[in-house]
Design a protein around this ligand. Sequence first.
Ligand code: GDP
Length: 606
Amino acid sequence: GVSEETSGRSEYNLRSPICCIMGHVDTGKTKLLDCIRGTNVQQGEAGGITQQIGATYFPAENIRQRTKELKADANLKVPGLLVIDTPGHESFTNLRSRGSGLCDIAILVVDIMHGLERQTIESLNLLKMRNTNFVIALNKVDRLYGWKACHNASIVKAMKEQSRDVQFEFRTRLTQVVTEFKEQGINTELYYKNKNMGKDTFSIVPTSAISGEGIPDLLLLLVQWTAKTMAARLAYSNEVQCTVLEVKVVEGHGTTIDVILVNGELHEGDQIVVCGMQGPIVTSIRALLTPDPMKELRVKGSYEHHKKIKAAQGIKINAQGLEHAIAGTSLYVMGPDDDAEDIKEAVMEDMRSVMGRVNKCGEGVYVQASTLGSLEALLDFLKTPEVSIPVSGIGIGNVHKQDVMKASVMLEKKKEYATILAFDVRVAQDARELADEVGVEIFAADIIYHLFDQFKVYIDNLKEEKKKEVAEEAVFPCKLKILPNCVFNKKDPIVIGVEVLEGIAKVGTPICVQQSLVDIGQIASIQNNFKPVDSAKKGQKVSIKIIGSNTEEQQKMFGRHFQMEDDLVSKISRRSIDILKADFRKDLSIEDWNLVVKLKTLFNIQ
Ligand code: GDP
């Protein structure tokens, strides 16, 4: 039948804490979720676990059963635990609720064999920024050499079963991880030894997502700790607090939104206000849906309808006009005494704060992300000094033709910024085609770093290409002294031994006589100790061949048009200087640039 109250409040008037899983790729986040969901928990023990929209709900009774051997307090104080299904930082950054993080607590997964990795640190920074508590699952303990599996046992019990070698390796690796956390300014301790839990020392729970050791410990720690330290935050309230997880088109239901109801109660018919791309969306709830519990987990398309639902719970909402709703923002319920304008204002607040970070002068890449939260995370990343990529436009949701059009504006201004960085979204086929046609680059990835890496390779290639294009016109500065007894050929071609007095002598450089400004041709080749080279540096003695590029130059002859005492210099121009400045700035030293200045005076270049 229709359940009216799926997950009520406990007698302590606390709601269920909401938990998400973060950590580096391949540390076992997905596997750990599967494991705690009970895919390898014995039949019967999985009882009561409900698959929700975007989350899995564990009633306290289920957790109590699974943690029996830990002799948990019979009363867990919270009604259960709601675990968000999508692992990774997206699920954390996406989930905001009125400015603060939606998750009450996070599981930070670390691979015991690898220690802290790049995304572990990124996750840590996010957690610090949002001031969110977390426990560390030190996962894959079963990979310690010689590990004896103790399926779903508590970690203390499992550890007692291990040989001394395994215990030794465990302690060594644990110490290493604790040290690595310390380097990040975080104190950690094995959870059962942690006396300062929740104050300034974070707990480590060793786990295996394959054989289940430590999973009971992890579950119990999550519920006990949240109940103990977050009573105020978890107090059940009638004021609706609700976050949009995802905007989805569902057959037979049109565009729906998946939400996490953090607090309060939603009813069919409630008037709601949601943040939209084109402004606030005011609509009313047509249906409150949860997956049909009678169906296999994850079978799509079959939903149970509810008249009302209480927090905390993952719900699908069907209502009109949700097409432009933005995932990652708060949903508000319009009460009878509420001022509609105030609520609309509040709803758009999240969006405005993100819009404020776009480069006003309009030069930069176009950024597209799945949700407001992921967009925000990406913008934060692009802004860091090491990355420093300007953004001129933003969008939320999959990449469509109109996004490519917007990005193509940059083709005129700055070609390398005619780029879309698409984070955790799909790119429509016609958008891809249009991009190819007009010359907009699209980079798509689910991990922020990968986007950056792709973009960086692209920019570096562009720079290299540009260098090649203008290389012929780029003239490196040099000043050469003709060496006595080294005139091998007087004319057409001139072959002489020189010492590089200043700058860089490069093949292709046009050369003229410093004293008379007579052009004698271009350096066609350079030999150093009979070996051909592309260039010669200050102080090197090399032999160079100079070929005239027109008949006049070809007439020029050593002994007639220039003498032993004459120095030879690069012939530069306004344009060659501009090219050097634009594309070869880093290839020249300060001394080389000083020579450019001297030559500029010599040739009277303005
Ligand atoms: P995610 O990228 O963090 O979601 O990582 P996955 O859950 O996809 O796991 C990555 C790989 O590690 C998979 O091949 C898993 O089977 C494996 N794995 C995950 N947890 C464990 C564990 O506790 N022990 C061992 N031996 N392998 C694990």
